[in-house]
Design a protein around this ligand. Structure first.
Ligand code: ADP
Length: 248
């Protein structure tokens, strides 16, 4: 695989915890604007992979490059975030006592000083971006409501909107549809499809209906390495993948 022209490049990455090989020769390449779904059984190394990309876990060996050249293994979490790699953890973390709109505005303004920001006037540019984001995450009608009053699914969308407000190059999303209704799950697939292209997206998810709805290339992890890669139809026909999911 080639680092040139990639937005994320992992080559032969290894991480062991007390001798246990959580990541064992993992290679993956993501192109700018691409969305990729990562699946795999519990313990496959999905979270550890995200931790490596975001500078939370340092690999023992292997290359992890951003934009074909920036060595992410030399960055801490804050440095990775500054490069434009945003991460959405599984649980929503919105400011429940602030309105939907102010949550987005805080992210747009960069969260430097929460109080100053809330009382500061929004610029015309910010107001326009706010409207765009609210439309994208389908929360226009809830803009004045407290984030704490949103449904679980709506909080997840708001947090995705907050990450987008920071205009990340890469968005890493960890199990976004866990706990969502079927309708919310399908709307989340639509939202992420709308986000890809302008942003590169990596989605870790167990929900196969959702992964199918994303309609993107799937990477199957197992024992810290790639077991199969391709469309959902392709990977679900690979015998090794079937065996792993059936626990054989
Ligand atoms: P997944 O997200 O695919 O379920 P993880 O990346 O969380 O898998 O874990 C991969 C393996 O590494 C698991 O067996 C897990 O127990 C182990 N592991 C993950 N993080 C640590 C850690 N900090 N210390 C020890 N073992 C860990």
């Amino acid at each position: 695989i080639q680092a040139a022209g990639s937005i994320l490049y992992l080559d032969n990455v290894h991480v062991a915890f007390d001798g246990f090989k959580a990541i064992n020769g993992l290679s993956m390449i993501l192109k700018p604007g691409e969305m990729r779904a990562i699946i795999g059984p519990n313990g496959a190394g999905k979270t550890t992979m995200m931790d490596i990309i975001t500078g939370k876990t340092r690999p023992d060996r292997g290359d992890v490059l951003f934009n074909g050249q920036v060595d992410l293994t030399k960055q801490d979490e804050a440095g990775v975030a500054r490069l434009g790699i945003g991460r959405k953890f599984q649980k929503p973390t919105v400011f429940e006592t602030q309105t939907v709109e102010d949550n987005l505005l805080l992210s747009l303004k960069g969260r430097r000083d929460v109080y100053a920001m809330l009382f500061a006037k929004r610029t015309g540019e910010e107001a326009a971006r706010l409207d765009e984001l609210l439309a994208l995450i389908r929360l226009e009608a809830r803009r004045g409501d407290l984030a704490g009053d949103l449904s679980h699914g709506q909080k997840q969308w708001l947090e995705i909107g907050m990450l987008l407000a920071q205009d990340p190059k890469v968005l890493l999303v960890d199990e976004p549809v866990a706990g969502m209704t079927d309708a919310e799950t399908m709307q989340t697939a639509e939202l992420l499809r709308a986000v890809a292209g302008a942003h590169s997206v990596v989605v870790v998810e167990h929900d196969m209906e959702f992964v199918r709805a994303l309609g993107v290339k799937v990477t199957v992890l197992h024992q810290g390495a790639v077991l199969a890669e391709g469309s959902i139809d392709h990977v679900s026909a690979v015998q090794e993948v079937v065996d792993v999911y059936l626990g054989r």
